[in-house]
Design a protein around this ligand. Structure first.
Ligand code: ZN
Ligand code: ZN
Length: 335
């Protein structure tokens, strides 16, 4: 009998409503064991549309095909791939899918946060070093970053550009109705949600999840936190009754989940402000253990640095905190 851990690593396909399926795809990440892709039959019955496609690993293409087989589909019958955003667990396998199916990719044009690194890994490394310095990472560690280099394109099958820009109002016809793209930046600059108004289904990517998890890409837009909060308002106004998230099971209390995400983000902003008031002037790195109640580790550093810098820059724009005299290595204090 397989152990529960082995069981969890299996890809799985399951029907949500007639014509729409969830593919649960394994991720090799601790704490985030799966991501979702969604399969929706086309309106004319000829093949299907695939929304998101998982991370690229040595096994990922077979796992995707296996999940499709479980619901009686084939990768070759994918007529369109739509990515909610250009993070590795949603876009990573896109090149492999597009090559195998001969279909188009539709995605938001602000995908440089992913694709710039594929085109120019050196530049990405320099950018990471700059953000590390800005957050207060010591020079010796930054040197270590440089020497370790960056594994270019880790988790991504290859670079593929969208054939169509998935911007506000773009429509996708399917057997369960027409989906409309709604730009929801914040979690990522390229983030888009898709809404089916007759059935009131929101395909939400990582904008709203069953269990609140906040993340923002730092350094690509001026204020990802403000964008995220505005995007929550935008989807709340839709009054969706079923949400298909990027990770975990679908859920129905969409309004409650939106409110929980908003409260969590505003709570974090308050927490960051409190910690700056109590411990400033201090670098982001120095404050992170106090803000989150846990130490920085190699595993969580990238995530927590990015998230924290986004809160600090948001509070700076609001005039609540200031970053001091050294723009290369800000030391934060209350304004
Ligand atoms: Zn994401
Ligand atoms: Zn994700």
């Amino acid at each position: 009998m397989p152990s529960p851990a082995t069981e969890r690593q299996q890809p799985r396909g399951e029907r949500i409503i007639p014509g729409l399926w969830r593919l649960r795809l394994p991720l090799p990440w601790s704490g985030i064991p799966h991501c979702n892709a969604w399969v929706v039959d086309r309106a004319d019955g000829d093949g299907h549309v695939l929304f998101d496609c998982g991370l690229h690993t040595k096994d990922s293409f077979n796992q995707l095909c296996e999940a499709l087989t479980q619901i009686g589909k084939r990768i070759e019958d994918t007529k369109l791939l739509v990515c909610t955003h250009a993070h590795v667990d949603h876009y990573g396998e896109a090149k492999a899918v597009v090559d195998a199916a001969g279909c188009e990719l539709w995605m938001h044009p602000n995908h440089a946060h992913m694709t710039a690194s594929l085109k120019d890994p050196e530049r990405l490394l320099e950018q990471r070093v700059a953000v590390g310095r800005e957050s207060g990472v010591p020079e010796e560690l930054l040197q270590h970053y440089r020497e370790a280099g960056t594994p270019p394109g880790e988790g991504v099958a290859g670079l593929v550009n969208p054939a169509k820009d998935l911007v506000d109002g773009v429509e996708i016809e399917t057997a369960v109705g027409t989906w409309t793209a709604i730009e929801t930046p914040g979690h990522a600059p390229s983030h888009v949600s898709l809404y089916q108004p007759n059935r009131r289904i929101l395909l939400a990517g990582d904008h709203i999840l069953g269990r609140v998890a906040l993340y923002y890409d730092y350094g690509w837009t001026d204020d990802p936190v403000a964008q995220y909060l505005a995007s929550l308002d935008k989807v709340e106004a839709l009054d969706a009754r079923l949400c298909l998230p990027g990770h975990g099971k679908s859920f129905t209390d969409v309004r409650g989940h939106i409110e929980a995400h908003r409260e969590a983000a505003l709570g974090r902003l308050d927490r960051v402000e409190d910690v700056v008031r109590a411990s400033g002037p201090a670098t982001a790195i120095a404050m992170i253990p106090e803000i989150y109640g846990r130490p920085l580790s190699a595993e969580n550093a990238g995530w927590l640095i990015s998230e924290t810098m986004c809160y600090l820059r948001h509070l700076e724009r609001k005039g609540v905190v200031t970053s001091g005299d050294d723009p290369e290595q800000p030391r934060w204090t209350a304004a």
